[in-house]
Design a binder for this molecule. Structure first.
Ligand code: 5GP
Ligand code: MG
Ligand code: MG
Length: 180
């Protein structure tokens, strides 16, 4: 599939992403002001660029940890089966946790991760997703903060891959195949 020729059409510019992150961080700052316990948990690998920009814009003391759950693999189809490939390094009991996801699509990944993390008794746990595809939802979940709500398109860039490529694009684009 990755051998099929394709082009990437820009959907959200780097400038729009940066502006949106500024607004989101103002809201997150209000939510967590005064806390000295915030731990920002990035879901690998797709959120690595987003979390880097997010924590640098967030004027709060934060710790950063990562968790990797399996989702698409190298295919463009989502899976209901979610596996934890890499767990957090630190404890979250009694902590304020902000889970950072790249895209909420069917919602199975975030639902699974939230169950896992809630069972560890954090003081408070909230979620932020850069992108939301509400039309694809199967699980009853919505992130507390959303960067952009998008239609059902396969997107890449700004950390998000197609067969492990294109994560380094500074913008979000959609994949368009140029041949059958
Ligand atoms: P869900 O479990 O919500 O269906 O899937 C969430 C994960 O699927 C996302 O975190 C992301 O890794 C992957 N995903 C969903 N939509 C897209 C997309 O348009 N492009 C890419 N590359 N991955 C996607
Ligand atoms: Mg993801
Ligand atoms: Mg992926």
């Amino acid at each position: 599939m990755s051998e099929r020729p394709y082009v990437i059409d820009q959907m959200i510019s780097a400038k729009s992403i940066a502006a949106r992150i500024e607004d989101l961080c103002a809201e997150i700052h209000d939510e967590y002001e005064g806390t000295d316990k915030l731990i920002v948990v990035g879901l690998l690998r797709g959120s690595f660029v987003f979390i880097a920009d997010l924590v640098r814009e967030l004027d709060l003391p934060v710790e950063v940890d990562f968790l990797e759950a399996s989702s698409y693999g190298n295919s463009m189809e989502s899976s209901r089966e979610v596996r934890i490939l890499k767990d957090l390094r630190g404890e979250i009991e009694g902590r304020d946790v902000l889970v950072v996801e790249d895209i909420v699509d069917t919602g199975h990944t975030l639902t699974h991760v939230m169950h896992l993390l809630e069972a560890r008794n954090p003081a408070k746990i909230k979620t932020i997703a850069l992108l939301d595809k509400p039309s694809r939802r199967e699980a009853d979940i919505k992130a507390d903060w959303i960067g952009f709500s998008i239609p059902d398109e396969f997107v890449v860039g700004y950390g998000i891959d197609f067969a492990q490529r294109n994560r380094n694009l500074p913008f979000i684009g959609k994949v368009r195949f140029t041949e059958e």
